[in-house]
Design a protein around this ligand. Structure first.
Ligand SMILES: [Zn+2]
Length: 507
């Protein structure tokens, strides 16, 4: 492999899914995996097969679907874990088993009550067993950044001897500093005699906001693989963000002298998909993918930008897929115009799907005159589901004001039948949700509700995410509209439909 190429290992579906509140259905995982393939990541870590049936199924289906990237499954250095990971990866074009074991003193003493020699033995056995299933084996000494260095060198050398082809050095608890972490990578190369026979990878957490800085410091010191997630989601404060590391390497290529194979124009789309699926909104000032990342507010800046964009722009919004926001669609664009714009955005819809999106598009175009790409993507997200929706909105009517009891009437289409209910509530959204609850009659608890504007201006589309729970399972729904109550109703219905879809079919 070209020594200057950095391998991008995406763990959005494994570590990212461990974000508090970010559970993904198997369908969600496949949709994200397909987008990660378009983004051209090198490795997709699809899950932790032993941890649950759903995790196993997620890895199995992603392995079956994705062809270009390597698909990886996580396993402890325990026989059952490794066997399960191998079974989930059976259909993968390029399988990788990733085994790990804790090596820091605090973890060995408290988690395992085992000595260094016993841990070393388990690591060797684990790597050998994984190797009996496939060639591509990654080994991680968990909590490396707090592991005694002499032991770290020993276990890394032994894992490579046992057959590991990638050694991953995780800063599991986000404790490292950039200089120190860079030095650690440098020391590993200096002290592990067979290190050059394997790829050295890093996996940084963001507890001190240093995940990207630590990862880049490691790359400067020779790390060849970076473990990242979209939008930096993950355990606690999250992981190193893919978009930030990739764009840092690209924008400062002369400094780092490294490159990735990422199709950077797919970044924003991937970010939006992950945000939509998980219901975790991207903060507006987030680097690269926040809505303000390329917004220039100060007059002096705007003036200079008009003369030459590079005065205040170190990369173009187009290079990460913000698209040409000047392309605006309206009622006059017609069905054909809509179809071709959607194709430009990467959506190839069936006739049925296009019909549904077109109907909503006309509705929005009537209210809002100018329809932007972000609006179109939201409509596609609303109308194109990868499963049959049990309930569809037929109409709603809201009565609200400061001197009346907020009242909602909702009609839903279910099995060719229209069912109508009305309810009062604390506010119009609450009233609408209660009316829906009366129709669907499935006990759920609303645990999260967020609203954000998709585009600017007073006619902007609003996007609502709701999270509901039912028997301990979480479902995230989203909806978009120029009317925030309609967006809320659609989001709530979407979550209910997902719940319904997840239930046994006889119900
Ligand atoms: Zn992690």
């Amino acid at each position: 492999m070209d020594a200057n190429r950095v391998i991008v290992f995406d763990t959005t579906l494994r570590d990212g899914e461990q974000s508090p509140g970010a559970s993904m259905s198997v369908e969600d995982k496949i949709a994200i995996a397909c987008q990660l393939e378009r983004l051209n990541v090198d490795v997709i870590e699809a899950g932790f097969p032993i941890s649950s049936d759903a995790q196993f199924e997620g890895v199995r289906l992603v392995a079956q679907k994705v062809r270009t990237p390597t698909v990886c499954g996580l396993a402890r250095c325990v026989d059952q874990d490794i066997d399960k990971a191998a079974a989930a990866l059976e259909k993968a074009a390029k399988p990788r088993i990733h085994t790990f074991i804790a090596t820091s003193k605090i973890h060995m003493d408290k988690k395992f009550r085992k000595s260094e020699d016993e841990i070393l033995e388990m690591a060797i056995k684990g790597v050998r067993r994984a190797k009996s299933y496939c060639d591509d084996i990654e080994f991680s000494p968990e909590d490396s950044a707090r592991t005694g260095k002499e032991f770290l060198y020993r276990i890394v050398e032994a894992a490579i001897d046992a057959g590991a082809t990638t050694i991953n050095i995780p800063d599991t608890v986000g404790y490292a500093n950039p200089e120190e972490f860079g030095q650690l990578i440098n020391d590993i190369y200096a002290r592990v005699p067979n290190m050059h026979n394997a790829i050295l990878s890093v996996h940084c957490h963001n507890d001190l906001g240093l995940a990207v800085a630590n990862t880049l410091a490691a790359v400067r010191n020779g790390a060849q693989q970076v473990e990242v997630t979209i939008n930096g989601i993950g355990e606690r404060a999250g992981n190193c963000s893919l978009e930030e590391v990739v764009m840092a390497l690209k924008t400062r290529q002369a400094y780092y002298g490294k490159y990735t194979e990422i199709k950077t124009e797919e970044i924003v789309k991937t970010s939006r998909l992950v945000s939509t699926v998980t219901g975790m909104i991207v903060q507006p000032n987030k680097a690269i993918v926040g809505v303000n990342a390329f917004a220039h507010e100060a007059g002096i800046h705007q003036d200079a930008m008009l003369k030459d964009r590079t005065t205040y722009e170190i990369m173009t919004p187009e290079s990460v897929g913000w698209g040409d926001t000047k392309i605006v669609m309206g009622r006059h664009s017609g069905r054909h115009g809509l179809k071709s714009r959607l194709e430009d955005l990467g959506y190839n819809l069936s006739k049925d799907e296009l019909d549904k999106v077109y109907e909503r598009f006309l509705n929005v175009a009537d209210k809002k005159k100018e329809v932007f790409d972000a609006d179109l993507e939201a409509l596609v997200g609303d109308e194109v589901q990868d499963f049959e929706e049990a309930y569809r909105l037929d109409y709603f009517h809201i009565l609200s004001g400061d001197k009346v009891l907020p009242t909602a009437t909702i009609a839903l289409r279910h099995k060719n039948e229209i069912i109508q209910e009305a309810s009062v509530g604390d506010g119009p959204v609450d009233a609408a949700f209660k009316a829906i609850d009366k129709i669907i009659d499935e006990p759920v608890k609303l645990i999260d509700y967020t609203l954000q504007a998709l585009t600017s201006g007073k006619e902007a589309m609003g996007e609502v995410h709701v999270t509901i729970t039912n028997n301990g399972r979480k479902f995230v729904g989203r909806g978009a509209s120029t009317d925030v109550i309609e967006a809320s109703i659609r989001a709530y219905l979407h979550a209910h439909n997902k719940l319904r879809h997840a239930q046994p079919k006889s119900v």
